[in-house]
Design a protein around this ligand. Structure first.
Ligand code: DP6
Length: 339
């Protein structure tokens, strides 16, 4: 029987005996990412090892800033300048993750996080949050790990975080090793500066079910999940070919239908998982109407009611005219470059 790896044993394997005295503080930024081909389903829930590969695009300056410093007593977490109580679920998740890294059990951390993604509106921040945290840990402890190694560590916090170590287009390789050492993010050689992602905030507030339990329920109960791995293989190949050829229609079609297929697997779960609200369906129809009018516009959607629009710089004005509340991001930009 193969060994069941714990998160701690994976961390020890990655960090090895790199031990430098902790610096005073370390700061880092990681962009949020939106999957064009989704990660949906785990083959190992402890290590967040996926059933399939996935592919994402970063959100430029939208993401997480993290300042990390050692402190005494218990961990202190601030989010956007506000101190979070120890029992806050976010603090518990971070504390649990940091337990994997403390040089000694008495060592506590002060984490000052700022999210530039509109989190209250339901856009994922855990991916950029864990990626920024792992970058800050590496800086604080002076491990000098590669981005690939940091991607493996970020995955232990949240699967999609392993794609947030880079700007641009990033593939998360499914891998096959039981310790997950071959399951990490890697930027595609191709870049595509004209790509745009628009965030459409339709509904704020708490989701009926988090993505983690929804994913588990889908894998365990949805008869539709049986077709998912083949769909991903097909969509991923299409997306990569579209990116290589700079064929935006092909990219948009593959991304949109991949998102809808993911939601179809959820709808077939028992009990069903449906994140769509009336406003989500209206927005989908508005996107299709725009396409009929000649605007090259597609959407994708994650575990929530909000919609992300995909288009290129050439159509930006036409898209913003139809969706005036849109928050447009250019994935290839670095924080300092965005106005
Ligand atoms: C729908 O990465 O949040 O956004 O590994 O359990 O933390 P955990 O899940 P998470 O799931 C993201 C799911 C998704 C699709 C995607 O980003 O690929």
């Amino acid at each position: 029987m193969s060994k069941a790896w714990s998160r701690q044993s994976v961390v020890e394997k990655v960090i090895g005996d790199r031990k430098a005295p902790a610096r005073e503080a370390s700061v880092a930024f990681a962009p949020a990412n939106i999957a064009l081909c989704k990660y949906w389903g785990k083959r190992n829930e402890v290590l967040n090892l996926p059933v399939t590969s996935s592919l994402s695009i970063s959100l430029g300056a939208l993401g997480s800033h993290c300042r990390l410093s050692p402190c005494s007593g218990s961990d202190q977490v601030t989010l956007g300048g506000e101190t979070l109580e120890g029992e806050h679920p976010f603090v518990e998740r971070i504390r649990d993750y940091l337990n994997l890294f403390r040089p000694d059990p008495e060592q506590s951390y002060k984490i000052e996080a700022i999210n530039t993604v509109p989190t209250a509106a339901g856009f994922a921040s855990s991916a950029s949050g864990f990626a920024a945290l792992v970058l800050a840990l590496d800086g604080l402890h002076g491990w000098g790990l590669s981005l690939r190694e940091l991607s493996i560590l970020a995955r232990l916090g949240s699967g999609s975080a392993c794609r947030s170590l880079w700007q641009g287009l990033v593939e998360w390789h499914v891998g096959s090793a039981t310790d997950g050492m071959d399951s990490y993010g890697e930027p595609l050689g191709d870049t595509w500066d004209e790509l745009r992602v628009g965030l459409l905030v339709l509904e704020a507030g708490k989701k009926p079910i988090g993505s983690r339990p929804a994913m588990k329920r889908t894998v365990e109960t949805s008869p539709g999940y049986a077709v998912w791995p083949d769909r991903v293989a097909h969509d991923l190949a299409n997306l990569k070919a579209a990116i290589a050829a700079k064929d935006f229609e092909r990219l948009g079609e593959a991304a949109e239908s991949n998102a809808l297929a993911m939601h179809a697997t959820m709808i077939m779960a028992q009990p069903p998982v449906l994140y769509w609200k009336a406003a989500s369906v209206t927005a989908m129809n508005d996107v299709w109407a725009a396409r009929r009018d000649g605007v090259s516009l597609y959407f994708t959607m994650d575990a929530g009611p909000n919609i992300k629009l995909l288009f290129t710089a050439a159509d930006e004005a036409a898209v913003v005219e139809r969706f005036p509340a849109l928050r447009v991001t250019a994935p290839a930009l670095r924080p300092a470059e965005e106005a």
